[in-house]
Design a protein around this ligand. Structure first.
Ligand code: G3I
Length: 448
């Protein structure tokens, strides 16, 4: 295995060589919104000790990595305790994170998840585990036009995230006019196959339509955000019980999560201030008292500057009583995102569950990047990281970011970075056959 310093050096080299996009390794270059907000490299960050400054506009500054007060029209809500039972976990979380202050009193003495004795699909392995764990995939409207894709997706998974169809530019392409068709197709297909759905994503700087990303004025942006959250959650109520409420609100100089962590400039940060995050969760809670509300981000999978910043941000939310239920760790592993061993991931997930939160692996893939990550390294990552989540009862699901290699987003996004080589990043090959990566994931789900 390559060492972490090697990885960081590689990433630094790739950045220096200008091979990356501007500050967000996850596709910002494709924003499609006139005034792209993401990753302009520096903004006007100030920096000391994890504190952030805003960017242009009327950004609020802030202290100690946390967002400031909870002003506005907030309903404060349920002090971090998660309610309902929509998710897959049923029990056995020992001292369990409910109740006062939302922390695991015993320091996380939760008992381990018990694997199934046997299973013939990943879905079955997840459903037979105790407590059960959701096995998910990002599903695209295009994919559902292919019978092999549909067959594998439904047989092997119990959980669906729309890859693009529930993002702002898809659902609200012009102000106040909502377009539900492509998202409804995915949600209805999932329900026909007894799969749960996570809504992705309500508030994100990327894939925003131009009319929204160029909006000015705190009141205007707040009203538009409120309308979007309210309409979207209302439309999918009783069909979608978990939401990525805010996505990728933190950035660093490097896509690996290293260097100058700060709040990411966006129309929301620039016009509303850091309080937009609290506000988005509060609006979402008003709309659905039982939904699971998540913060989701990339390169926060193991210990680095970015995840320390996110930890402080989320801890501040829990302390203030902002209604957050969990954190999604995207787990895009491999260049130019972070690389994380199973042990690193386990320790990192644990400290978030110690806050009383659920955790979720939300977008997993492992980019071989034309051989930069060897086949053996990729297999070890898949096994060990899935095992880390599986062993933690409050890790409620593992979603892979696609079904088969040929359709992975990495093939177009990272083509230049990886010398045009295929990412070979998922569990099924171009013919929808199971790869060795599939076998390693299955082993981890069966406790092997
Ligand atoms: O639909 C248009 C099509 O009409 C047009 O001809 C074509 C030309 O490029 O573009 C198509 O849209 C593309 C869209 O995917 C659907 O394929 C966009 O250009 C492309 O930018 C978009 O990429 C998506 C990316 O998010 C955008 O940020 C990826 O599919 C999607 O996998 C990726 O997912 C994100 C998560 O939402 C958040 N975390 C990171 C993750 C990976 O970047």
């Amino acid at each position: 295995m390559r060492s972490a310093p090697f990885t960081l050096l590689l990433s630094a080299f790739l950045f220096a060589a200008g091979c990356s996009d501007s500050g967000d390794g996850n596709g910002d270059e494709t924003t499609g919104s006139g005034s792209a907000t993401g990753g302009t490299g520096g903004g006007t960050t100030s920096a000391s000790s994890g504190a952030t400054s805003g960017s242009g506009g009327d950004a609020t500054s802030a202290s100690s990595g946390a967002t400031s007060g909870s002003g506005g029209d907030a309903t404060s809500a349920s002090s971090g305790a998660t309610s309902g039972s929509g998710g897959a976990t049923s029990a056995s979380s020992g001292a369990g994170g409910e109740g006062a202050g939302g922390s695991d009193g015993a320091g996380g003495g939760a008992s381990a998840r018990v694997p199934a004795a046997s299973a013939s699909t990943l879905r079955e392995a997840g459903e037979k585990a105790n407590p059960p764990i959701l096995i998910g995939a990002a599903i695209s409207g295009g994919g559902l036009g292919n019978n092999d894709y549909k067959r594998v997706a439904a047989a092997e998974h119990s959980y669906v995230t729309a890859e693009n169809e529930m993002k702002w530019d898809s659902l609200e392409p012009s102000a106040g006019n909502f377009s539900w068709g492509s998202a409804d197709n995915i949600v209805n297909w999932a329900r026909q196959n007894n799969m749960k759905v996570k809504g992705h994503t309500l508030v994100w700087h990327n894939q925003l339509p131009g009319w929204m990303s160029s909006m000015t004025g705190k009141d205007n942006v707040t009203a538009a955000m409120r309308r979007h959250i309210t309409q979207v959650m209302g439309h999918f109520k009783d069909r979608v019980d978990t939401w990525d409420v805010v996505n990728e609100a933190v950035q660093t100089d490097s896509d690996t999560g290293v260097g100058n962590p700060r709040m990411r400039p966006s129309v929301f940060l620039n016009q509303i201030g850091e309080n937009y995050i609290d506000l988005a969760f509060q609006i979402a809670r008003e709309q659905d008292p039982k939904a699971k509300l998540y913060y989701n981000d990339y390169s926060i999978d193991a210990r680095n500057a970015k995840v320390d910043f996110v930890y402080n941000m989320v801890k501040g939310m829990v302390d203030r009583g902002v209604p957050i239920d969990g954190v999604g760790f995207q787990m895009h592993i491999g260049p130019p995102n972070n690389e994380a061993t199973g042990a690193d991931v386990a320790a990192n997930l644990k400290r978030f569950t110690d806050l009383g939160l659920e955790v979720l692996i939300s977008e997993m893939d492992i980019n071989r990047c034309g051989g930069v990550v060897t086949a053996e390294e990729q297999l070890a990552y898949y096994h060990d990281i899935v095992e880390a989540c599986f062993k933690l009862p409050k890790c409620t699901g593992i979603t892979f970011w696609g079904i088969n290699d040929g359709r992975s987003w990495l093939n177009s996004w990272s083509g230049a970075l990886c010398n045009g080589q295929s990412s070979q990043s998922l569990l099924f090959n171009d013919q929808y056959g199971k790869k060795e990566t599939y076998n390693r994931v299955m082993n981890a789900l069966l406790g092997k």
